[in-house]
Ligand binder design. Structure first.
Ligand code: TNX
Length: 543
């Protein structure tokens, strides 16, 4: 109950109520919640925090006559307009037609200004006043992120899928916003437990709200191979036939996978596929005896140990396999990056590891892609242009961090996923029923309260490409479990990736995050009610 009182904004709302002759503070919390939903959200009170906010002037209120206007001839911009209409129609009940900009005035205008260099590839400007809201960006990605800002400026109820009363008001003023980092990722492990195309799309939609732009799919591991490879068909049909605990598993056909890539692209997310090598490879070894040094295929594996499998580094056929898999995967991948794993290769000798990673990296380059590897790749020789993904801990040995730092100073880019900060499979607290503890408990503050630009000693911020929140699924099998572990930590990681360091402040962040609670609920996300966050108490209107 102390929670309401810790939010200055809620306090303000209660005072306003008192001044208007409504029941004073201490009255039913639902009164405060109702007020919360009708006053426009102050401009910029969103997650991730925008780079620059100039509030002021009267607000804009959507009506049944509001149109979404898009410059004629911009197909991708028009698609963003339709996406916005899809977000707003169910709850507002307004028709919100998407029309040519010239055909109307006011309303919501999405416009492209390619010469506006200050906005970068993903930035946008939002201007709101009584006549309407204008979103300006250099390209459609910026418009899409601007649309996420616009939706967050509207009451949380806008996320509902049935008609609500509104009013649908956007505070007046201007937001100019560009991301701090180009790589803002989330990883989903579809190997330990398989997730269907529909489940992956659902996750993509959630990530979009927080301006995540990379979806890393962990497509192979000991327990399952999840992507069809025409030249090695048993990888999917046999290697994908089970999962942790022995369930039926599954895999993506190439058409399934193209559909994921297409859908992610429509949400301005690049799919980064990962085939984990040379360890974490039991599903492949079980599918083809010839990939094993002794020529004997092991059984499929449905447990949760790590580090026991290795491709046979000395076997020439291994490289035919790697070449075929990478070639077929590269052909399915419009994005630049291909992740080759390289972690926990405890069953591969050091010299073999170095030799293998060398060849695997050359194969990735041959098919025109850039390598990403887990940071153990710095124990071999990262190829020019490679990124390494750091998943160590605050307490990892200094020598390990220094090896990563040295690679970074030599030009290898870093994606930061410190396990004791952003691993979404870690328990929040001892009471969390799901998840692991090997990296410790990771409550909301821990996952937010660190600076990617200054995290690893001796690494200049310029070497940091961004952050990524992995969700390993040894113990996670359903949408509800996925939501519970990702939210509300994921928005914090997204903010680390997007917002300028100057906005970083736990005390204000926790209040902004609390305001996301009703939005998450309206989106159907049963998030973890961390005691570190002053969630609004009482029933959420219509909730
Ligand atoms: C470590 S992180 C792993 C995964 C596990 C995860 C569980 C990494 C590169 N390897 O194989 O799923 O821990 O938290």
């Amino acid at each position: 109950m102390h929670r309401l009182r810790t939010s200055p904004r809620l306090l303000g709302a209660l005072l306003l109520l008192a001044a208007a002759g409504a029941p004073a503070a201490g009255a039913a919390p639902s009164v405060a919640s109702a007020t919360l939903s009708s006053a426009p959200r102050p401009l910029g009170r969103i997650v991730p925090a925008p780079a620059s906010v100039t509030p002021g002037g009267p607000p804009y209120t959507l009506t049944a006559a509001t149109r979404i206007r898009v410059d004629r001839g911009h197909r991708a911009a028009r698609a963003v307009g339709h996406y916005l209409a899809g977000v707003l129609r169910p709850s507002t009940g307004f028709p919100l037609p998407v029309v040519d900009a010239a055909a109307a005035r006011g309303g919501i205008l999405l416009r492209l200004r390619p010469a506006d260099a200050a906005l970068g590839d993903e930035g946008y400007r939002l201007e709101s006043g009584p006549g309407g809201v204008t979103l300006t960006a250099r390209g459609p990605a910026g418009l899409f992120h601007g649309v996420q800002t616009l939706r967050q400026q509207l009451p949380a109820e806008v996320e509902r899928d049935t008609v609500r009363p509104g009013p649908w008001t956007v505070a007046g003023g201007a937001v100019t916003d560009v991301p701090r980092f180009a790589y803002r990722g989330a990883m989903l492990d579809v190997s330990r437990h398989f997730f269907t195309v529909a489940q992956v799309k659902r996750y993509i939609d959630r990530l979009a709200v927080y301006k995540i732009n990379k979806l890393h799919l962990h497509l192979s591991d000991d327990q399952g191979w999840r992507i069809a490879v025409d030249s090695w068909p048993r990888l999917a049909t046999h290697g994908g036939s089970t999962q942790v605990g022995g369930g039926p598993g599954g895999h993506y056909t190439k058409d399934d996978y193209r559909e994921i890539v297409r859908y992610a692209a429509s949400r301005y997310q690049e799919v980064v596929p990962e085939i984990d090598m040379p360890g974490h490879s039991n599903a492949a070894l079980a599918s083809y005896p010839g990939l094993n040094c002794d020529g004997v295929a092991p059984p499929l594996y449905t447990g949760t140990s790590v580090g026991f499998s290795s491709l046979c580094v000395a076997e020439p056929r291994t490289y035919d396999f790697v070449d075929d898999v990478i070639r077929e995967l590269a052909a399915l991948t419009p994005g630049r990056h291909l992740h080759i794993g390289g972690d926990e290769a405890h069953s591969t000798g050091h010299a073999d590891y170095v030799a293998f990673m060398d060849r695997a990296q050359r194969i990735v380059a041959k098919y025109g892609k850039s390598v990403i590897g887990w940071h153990q790749l710095t124990g071999a020789v990262p190829a020019p242009g490679a990124l390494v993904q750091y998943w160590g801990l605050d307490r990892s040995p200094a020598a390990e961090k220094e090896r990563v730092a040295l690679a970074a100073r030599n030009g290898t880019g870093l994606v930061l996923s410190p396990a004791d900060r952003v691993y979404l499979d870690m328990k929040y607290t001892a009471d969390t029923p799901l998840g692991h503890t090997w990296a410790g408990y990771v409550d909301v503050r821990r996952s937010y309260d660190w600076d990617p630009g200054a995290y690893l000693p001796g690494v200049p911020e310029s070497a940091v490409r961004g952050v990524e929140a992995p969700l390993w699924t040894e113990r996670i099998a359903t949408d509800a479990q996925l939501d519970r572990m990702a939210f509300p930590r994921l928005p914090g990681v997204a903010e680390l990736g997007w917002s300028p360091a100057a906005t970083h402040d736990w005390e204000t962040y926790r209040v902004r995050l609390a305001e996301q609670g009703p939005r998450l609920a309206a989106l159907g996300i049963d998030y973890h009610r961390s005691s570190q966050v002053p969630w609004p108490v009482g029933p959420v209107p219509g909730g």
